[in-house]
Design a protein. Structure first.
Length: 228
């Protein structure tokens, strides 16, 4: 007897139906930097500004200290300014003039006739002269160490020759210059305003050690700027 039942179908496998092994995801663990809060950022900025301000203050202090040191050294050893309070050096110098004195002028040279110098006032000057009380004076060198000097009328003689005063000055001479020989290391000085100047004719010589420097420039007032 023939059976009507159909033989069982054999299983079929579809292409591409096979499942591939699952890929494993690899997580990279990166440690993130913490983000500062706003308050922390403000604090950091404020601290940076304070450090910058402090550096600026220190820089200015250093600059001022250096500038002050240089100014003191220059004033002590190189140049110094002076104010003219009287008419003893008129017309060369007038009241109110400000002059520049070169202290280093005689480091390598010797004071010479005709030089306008600033020097420490001698002790006799305050008791013998009716002039403003000052510590330093300004006059012109008329005679140098070893020279013989005197005057006759309004003429000044140095070693027997009439002194050629090429600078502006006021005559008549006023008080006469007695016949004298200037000692070593001393200088005979006079003001250009001869009749009104209290100078070596009254209180004597200026020792070399008392000379502060040579007046070289009128720098004020502006209208009087000129080489002395």
């Amino acid at each position: 007897m023939t059976s009507d039942a159909e033989p069982p179908a054999s299983p079929t496998t579809e292409a591409g139906d096979a499942t591939a092994p699952a890929a494993t995801d690899v997580a990279v663990d990166i440690e993130a930097s913490p983000t500062p809060s706003r308050s922390e950022a403000r604090t950091a900025r404020a601290a940076a500004k304070r450090r910058s301000a402090l550096r600026s203050v220190i820089d200015w202090v250093v600059v001022l200290a250096v500038a002050t040191t240089i100014a003191l050294v220059v004033r002590a050893y190189v140049v110094q300014t002076y104010y003219i309070p009287s008419l003893s050096m008129y017309p060369t110098l007038k009241v109110g003039d400000r002059i520049l004195v070169l202290k280093a002028a005689y480091r390598f040279t010797t004071p010479a006739t005709g030089d306008v110098i600033v020097f420490r006032a001698p002790a006799k000057e305050r008791s013998m002269c009716d002039s403003p009380e000052v510590d330093d004076l300004v006059k012109r060198i008329i005679g140098t160490p070893g020279e013989t000097i005197w005057s006759k009328g309004s003429l000044i003689y140095v070693n027997g020759n009439v002194l050629n005063q090429t600078w502006s000055h006021v005559n008549p001479i006023g008080a006469a210059i007695s016949h004298q020989t200037i000692p070593a290391n001393d200088y005979f000085v006079m003001g250009d305003n001869h009749p009104e100047s209290c100078d070596s004719r009254v209180w004597g010589y200026v020792p070399r050690g008392n000379i502060i420097g040579k007046a070289v420039l009128i720098f004020w007032p502006f209208s009087r700027i000129s080489i002395i």
